[in-house]
Design a protein around this ligand. Structure first.
Ligand SMILES: NC(=O)c1ccc[n+]([C@@H]2O[C@H](COP(=O)([O-])OP(=O)(O)OC[C@H]3O[C@@H](n4cnc5c(N)ncnc54)[C@H](OP(=O)(O)O)[C@@H]3O)[C@@H](O)[C@H]2O)c1
Length: 350
């Protein structure tokens, strides 16, 4: 099985390479700069790995560099500006495709533009395989299996610890600042809509604390309605964290920062993602995902997704995580990496 990592020398790319090398797979590094790729391969302990140089501006070279791969994992953000080129090249090379994007409109664009091409090529494309969208999409499916059709799902993200964002995440936030500030798309009444306010501005944490929230343009809003019968999906982030994401930061300032959180801060970082579902009778159900180390979890999820695509018989086309993989089984795999999940009906107050 050959897994190719594009953007292999980036922060997420190296974590993904390291995770790939823990499995019995061949790994190929592709990117636009040979020296940076060579040092990435050396850094993760695979100095003899296959390595190809191809930028995004030369489609033929890119397709040739991906040829022979079972799966391509694309870690080269911002995806808003470059992701579509990679999806197209992977399909042309006949390789399944996974990426670590968290950019909502890009991910919607992949579903809108590439489903037919991927189906005709017989390959599966799964964007947004990251620490948030993958478990959120899988858990939403498991919730709906228990509840039946839903009136709404609210996805809330909480992250604690000193680990900040990687330079790549900051560049992605900068590239999508208008969407970030507007709150992005909300799924409402059968369509994805922009410019409508979120219904909720506070969420109560499992311990009982009520927290101010603001709309966050996550990919879960794009993926969940594709397999869950639901009228409304919105997503939220703690308001203080959202305000810090909206603080203007220049490319020059980003370039001067460390590539991403160090190992110690990654290990101490904890995330909680809540999925609050309400059915048509008003019955509430809460799904809770808990984990640590967003970037490490993303690497594990991306490599697991790639291995499943290469080994399995997933239907061709653009798919959400829950459409491509068995939700409970995939989450079970992540439990080996400190991710846990629960689903609980919330008693109705009379
Ligand atoms: N939950 C989430 O939403 C989530 C979680 C994890 C990661 N992510 C996303 O993953 C992405 C990667 O983050 P990171 O921290 O690894 O970024 P990074 O360290 O800046 O690395 C980016 C990589 O992409 C390559 N690249 C960027 N633009 C390119 C272009 N135009 N042509 C060719 N190569 C290009 C870079 O190559 P050079 O070194 O040659 O510039 C580098 O290898 C970000 O978009 C981040 O938001 C999202």
């Amino acid at each position: 099985m050959l897994i190719t990592v594009y953007g292999a020398n980036g922060y997420q790319g190296k974590l993904t390479l390291a995770e790939s090398s823990r499995h019995d797979v061949e790994v190929r590094l592709v990117g636009r700069d040979r020296t940076r790729l060579e040092s990435a391969a050396a850094e993760v302990g695979i100095p003899d790995a296959d390595l190809r140089v191809a930028g995004l501006d030369d489609r033929a070279a890119l397709v040739a560099a991906l040829a022979g791969s079972d799966v391509v994992i694309n870690c080269a953000g911002p995806f808003t500006t470059s992701g579509a080129v990679m999806v197209d090249a992977a399909i042309a090379a006949g390789a399944h495709y996974v990426d670590t994007a968290g950019e909502q409109l890009y991910v919607k664009g992949v579903f809108d533009s590439f489903d037919g091409d991927a189906e005709r090529a017989g390959v599966t494309v799964v964007p947004a395989v990251n620490d948030g969208c993958l478990p959120g999409d899988l858990l939403a499916h498991l919730i709906a299996e228990r509840t039946g059709p839903l009136a709404e799902i609210t996805v809330s993200h909480f992250i604690t610890g000193a680990a900040g964002l990687s330079r790549g995440s900051l560049r992605s936030a900068l590239a999508t600042m208008d969407t970030m500030r507007s709150g992005g798309l909300i799924y409402d009444d059968g369509a994805w809509r922009s410019g409508i306010p979120a219904r909720r501005d506070r969420i109560t944490l499992p311990g009982g604390e009520s927290v101010a929230m603001a709309a966050l343009p996550t990919c879960e809003v794009v993926t969940i309605p594709r397999h869950v019968q639901v009228d409304h999906v919105e997503s939220l982030l703690e308001a203080t964290l959202k305000a810090s994401l909206e603080t203007p930061i220049t490319p020059e300032l980003i370039a001067g920062l460390p590539p991403g959180p160090n190992e110690h801060d990654r290990a101490a970082q904890q995330f909680t993602y809540l999925l609050d579902a309400v059915d048509h009778r008003g019955q509430q159900t809460r799904g809770v995902i808990r984990g640590r180390d967003t970037y490490g979890t993303t690497a594990v999820a991306a490599v697991e997704a790639a291995r499943r695509l290469a080994a399995g018989d997933t239907a061709a086309g653009v798919r959400t995580p829950a459409q491509a993989f068995d939700p409970a089984d995939f989450l079970e795999t992540l439990s080996g990496h400190d991710l846990s999940w629960t689903i609980e009906a919330i008693p109705t107050v009379k």
